[in-house]
Design a protein around this ligand. Structure first.
Ligand code: ZN
Length: 240
């Protein structure tokens, strides 16, 4: 089956729609958390995902949006954006976010926002942390988000390696143990300002990373209209 993997959409509907326009027809869409927070259109993003019947897990921003004390750990800009998000989301959005699990096992993959070990908060940015994630998951393969940077960690019988996929990169993993990060749709932080996404072909055992350009200025204008923090607007332009 071909699977579309989206992570860290962060209420950026322009970016999400650009990705959905570019993506091939797929059997399933997996969403690896942080669906809301930072961006200007949380209800619209959730509605799009609901219509599509996605399989999704909860991120730290989703947990905060439904009232969780995760907000206490946010920096000032993230906190301001989250307080706004809490006031605008509909009951329907809140109920959908509340129903999200922290982990899902599907097609031989563990789906978790931060890491399989600590789904809400842990950042997998080093091979020792990745190794701990492999130890914490029952499947050979995992999909994560949270860092907003595309990445792949490989574990060949305990020998760890790492790659930073570029646009168009394909990894043939087959039966090897891998932990894959699609990057962020709505707020990339790898120095590239286009929306990041990934497809998985579970029969071929391949992952392919892609990018989609979107109307950044339109999102910034929408953020300005609702007075979201300037830094959160500005960073979209440089992908940092
Ligand atoms: Zn995020």
């Amino acid at each position: 089956m071909l699977i579309l993997v989206l992570s860290d959409i962060h209420a950026n509907l322009e970016a999400l729609d650009a990705v959905l326009d570019d993506a091939p027809a797929v059997g399933e869409t997996w969403v690896i958390g942080d669906i809301v927070g930072y961006g200007p259109e949380p209800d619209e993003v959730v509605e799009r995902l609901r219509e599509r019947g996605v399989i999704a897990v909860r991120g730290n921003h989703d947990a905060a949006a439904i009232g969780g004390d995760e907000i206490d750990y946010f920096n000032e800009d993230a906190r301001r954006a989250m307080l706004w998000t809490r006031t605008v989301i509909s009951d329907r959005t809140r109920a959908w976010l509340t129903a999200l699990p922290e982990r899902v096992v599907r097609e031989g993959f563990t789906l978790a926002h931060g890491s399989p070990r600590d789904p809400i908060w842990e950042y997998v940015t080093t091979t020792p942390v990745a190794r701990a994630s492999f130890d914490a998951m029952a499947t050979d393969h995992g999909v994560i988000g949270h860092t907003h940077r595309p990445a792949a960690y490989l574990n060949d019988d305990g020998v760890m390696s790492f790659m930073t996929p570029a646009e168009g990169s394909q990894l043939v993993f087959g039966t090897r143990r891998v932990l894959l990060n699609a990057g962020s749709v709505g707020q990339p932080r790898d120095g590239i300002n286009t929306a990041a996404w990934m497809t998985l072909d579970t029969e071929a055992g391949t992952a392919t990373w892609q990018r989609s350009a979107y109307d950044i200025a339109a999102v910034q204008a929408a953020m300005r209209r609702v007075a979201l923090p300037a830094f959160l607007r500005d960073r979209l332009a440089y992908g940092g």
